[in-house]
Design a protein around this ligand. Structure first.
Ligand code: PMV
Length: 325
């Protein structure tokens, strides 16, 4: 009972920031992302009658601790749906997500695990069912079921039955690109999990964040459908700044930014002043992702690489959804 699946990571243009239910991973706001071709995870799940527990090998290394626990708990969900509670699996994953690029590999990781695991155990799920299940491994992963642009609808039900991602526009709709700007220095990390929790519980700016999301979503979807780069980019950039503002007002306050993070943000704004359309977005870490159009690729790459404190710039096109190998 074996299957292999591949999933790409995604970058949120309208961020998921805050949970209303920690156990089921239900968000306080809907979000929207672009799936990226350059960063992916390939996972094989092999359920075997004679195994006494799950085994998880990531990039040829056996995994234990917290990461192992998250994988087995997710496999428990799959086993429960399939009614095969005592069937354990051998899980082999490879991440083609350069860790330094600052993409959470959890998005591509849980999407690939959900796809390979359900197929291996003999479940036939629709994309929507698969997205709803994937959400319970890692929130942002539920958007990686689809290629191109996807929206995670937050839903209202307490059991999470209406909280899943839906496709907005496929990768072929629009050749929009993303440069992942990797910084040379690192800093102490506040995980997205604990960062969003602290913000929800203590930041007086949090209600302002939640209130403005429906309009951001409405506007960015119009912009994406019209292929309006300026509008798409400026909404995404403002939404990112708004998310990061909530952390500054948390108790205790924190920020994911670094001096180089701000230098990259300023450079992107200067590029715009010089007539090159580019916009930034930043997740729960110091690295910056820059949105641009193909005709400006060379210029973008050169300008970003020259910023002091930047160690690498990795370019990506928009990517496809889940595939089975
Ligand atoms: O799903 P998580 O726990 O990796 O959280 C993702 C949070 C952000 O990356 C900051 C925003 C997002 O929507 O991806």
């Amino acid at each position: 009972m074996k299957a292999t699946a591949k999933a790409h990571t995604n970058i949120a243009l309208i961020k998921y920031w805050g949970k209303r239910d920690d156990a089921l991973i239900l968000p306080t706001n809907s979000s929207l992302s672009l799936t990226l071709d350059g960063f992916y995870t390939t996972t094989t799940v092999d359920f075997q009658e004679d195994l006494l527990q799950d085994r998880f090998i990531l990039d040829n290394q056996p995994v234990e601790g917290e990461a192992y626990r998250r994988v087995t708990e997710f496999l428990d969900l799959i086993r429960r749906i399939a009614g095969k509670e005592n069937l354990y699996a051998d899980v082999h994953s490879t991440n083609d997500v350069p860790t330094a690029a600052g993409f959470a590999s959890s998005a591509s990781g849980f999407a690939a695990l959900a796809a390979a695991g359900t197929k291996a155990i003999g479940l036939e799920l629709s994309d929507r069912e698969l997205s709803r299940l994937t959400r319970q491994g890692s929130g942002s992963a539920c958007r990686s079921i689809y290629g191109g642009f996807a929206e995670w609808e937050m839903g209202n039900n307490a059991d999470g039955s209406d909280s899943y991602a839906v496709p907005i526009a496929p990768a072929e709709h629009w050749d929009i690109r993303v440069a992942a700007v990797v910084l040379s220095s690192t800093m102490k990390k506040v995980s997205s999990r604990s960062g969003m929790k602290r913000t929800v519980e203590t930041s007086p700016f949090y209600s302002g964040w939640v209130d403005t999301i429906p309009n951001d979503l409405l506007e960015i979807k119009e912009a994406i459908h019209a292929k309006d780069f300026e509008k798409t980019g400026s909404i995404a950039e403002a939404n990112c700044l708004k998310m990061h503002a909530t952390t500054l007002a948390a108790d205790p306050p924190f920020t994911y930014w670094h001096d180089t993070t701000m230098r990259v943000m300023q450079t992107v704004q200067e590029m715009r002043e010089n007539g090159i359309p580019a916009y930034f977005t930043i997740d729960a870490g110091p690295n910056v992702k820059v949105l641009y159009l193909p005709e400006n690729e060379e210029n973008i790459k050169k300008t970003l690489r020259n910023i002091p404190g930047v160690s690498d710039v990795i370019l990506s096109k928009s990517g496809s959804g889940i595939s089975y190998l």
